[in-house]
Design a protein around this ligand. Structure first.
Ligand code: CP3
Length: 364
């Protein structure tokens, strides 16, 4: 594997040295290189809609799968074997790094994540421990190395992490939320402590992504899934500097980064300023409009509505081609959904999307 300096920079923020390998189609798109068709992969392409994933989940919890590289590698590769997308995404969860920070994490059946010992008052921020990624997240880094070794060179391996705001919301809310009221209350009432929390999370996130890059990630995606619940002013004041720190650290490695959030139609320019060679678009913003606002010096990823996969096959194909037409063959488009594959999604719908993109030819 063409990675040098393994171990260097762990925990101290030094960039990972990386010798460029033969770039994958995904990395080429991130670098705005012209391709005969865009790369395609789907967020949450591994998971519950796959019968082979459900079979494994009958015997193991989500956290067990993440902690055992042989299982996590298997789950990462399941959608690749079935659908042949252009990239595999590491099987892990954005919440894994909060465990070594001292937070109890559990995935309760049907409820999503439950976090105890999180952040309820300013003093709790002090309690959060710094993380030695190579040590605490060793199984995940090992999974990434094994996936990279297993896959052919033209299929990219995408590493990922949760962004500081999205992680902070889970720490403060203790789980999923619709209103982010505890998060915003904390942010407005304890501004300095919130900033301290974001700084700690940004450091861990940057170190985690650098660790994944040293372990062979061809690209990384930062999930700021819930940042669309903030106003532009709050994003600028509370989030932007911390997100910039993460992308600045990744940029030094030369490995491209994708910056994703949901419902970010009012924040696209700010997300671009936060960083990332590629900006994720959900289905609420037409791709052509989103790209114009982001600027053509960046790529865009998206943006088929995950619910469109419940339409008849001909309609799925039509909508997939409509997005390809909106991108117009411009270099820098990565085809994806606007958010993750839903658990009830029919398998042949996923195949239809991937096959439609792979058989498309750039009319340019
Ligand atoms: O295929 C992939 O995308 C790779 C693996 C992956 C998982 N989580 C595994 C997982 C990725 C990239 C994530 C990211 C993640 N996790 C995000 C950001 C992406 C997004 O959807 O915006 C968030 C917010 C989380 C936190 C999280 N993890 C929640 C809210 C839940 C419960 C909701 C749900 O879908 O059940 C999880 C659980 C989780 N993480 C599952 C999977 C496959 C559910 C499967 C299970 O219980 O077996």
């Amino acid at each position: 594997m063409a990675v040098t300096g393994a171990g260097a920079g762990s925990g101290n923020g030094r960039p990972a040295a990386r010798i460029p390998e033969l770039p994958t189609r995904l990395a080429q798109a991130c670098r705005l290189q012209a391709l005969e068709r865009p790369p395609v992969w789907l967020m949450r392409q591994a998971g519950r809609y796959l019968p082979e994933y459900r079979a494994l989940r009958e015997r193991h919890t989500l956290l067990e799968i993440c902690a055992q590289p042989e299982l996590a590698v298997e789950v990462t590769l399941q959608p690749i074997r079935r659908f042949r997308p252009d990239a595999a995404i590491l099987f892990a969860d954005i919440l894994l790094p909060v465990v070594p920070m001292g937070v109890d994490l559990e995935f309760a059946a049907g409820e999503g994540p439950v976090l105890r010992n999180g952040v309820h008052e300013p003093a709790d921020v002090e309690r959060l421990k710094p993380v030695d990624i190579e040590d605490s997240l060793a199984p995940t880094l090992r999974t990434l190395r094994a996936v990279r070794a297993e896959l052919p060179a033209d299929i990219a391996v995408i590493g990922f992490a949760g962004a500081p705001f999205t992680l902070a919301s889970y720490l403060i809310e203790g789980g999923s939320t619709r209103r982010f009221l505890r998060t915003k209350t904390f942010m407005y009432r304890h501004g300095a402590a919130f900033d301290g929390l974001m700084a700690k999370l940004a450091r861990v996130t940057a170190d985690y992504l650098l660790g994944q890059i040293r372990s062979g990630a061809d690209a990384v995606q930062l999930f700021d899934s819930w940042v669309g619940w903030l106003s532009p002013d709050d994003y600028r004041d509370f989030v932007l500097p911390h997100t910039m720190l993460v992308f600045d650290a990744v940029r030094e490695t030369g490995v491209p980064a994708i910056h994703f959030g949901v419902d970010t139609g009012s924040l696209l320019e700010l997300l671009r300023d936060g960083g990332g060679e590629v900006i994720g678009l959900d289905w609420r913003t037409p791709l052509a409009e989103g790209w114009r606002r982001v600027g053509y010096d960046r790529g865009v990823q998206g943006n088929l509505d995950p619910a469109a996969l419940f339409a008849p096959t001909a309609e799925i194909e039509r909508r997939t081609r409509a997005i390809l037409a909106e991108a117009g063959g411009r270099p820098g488009h990565i085809f994806n959904l606007g958010h993750g594959v839903l658990p009830e999604t029919p398998l042949d719908a996923v195949q239809a999307v991937i096959d439609t993109v792979k058989s498309w030819e750039n009319p340019e």
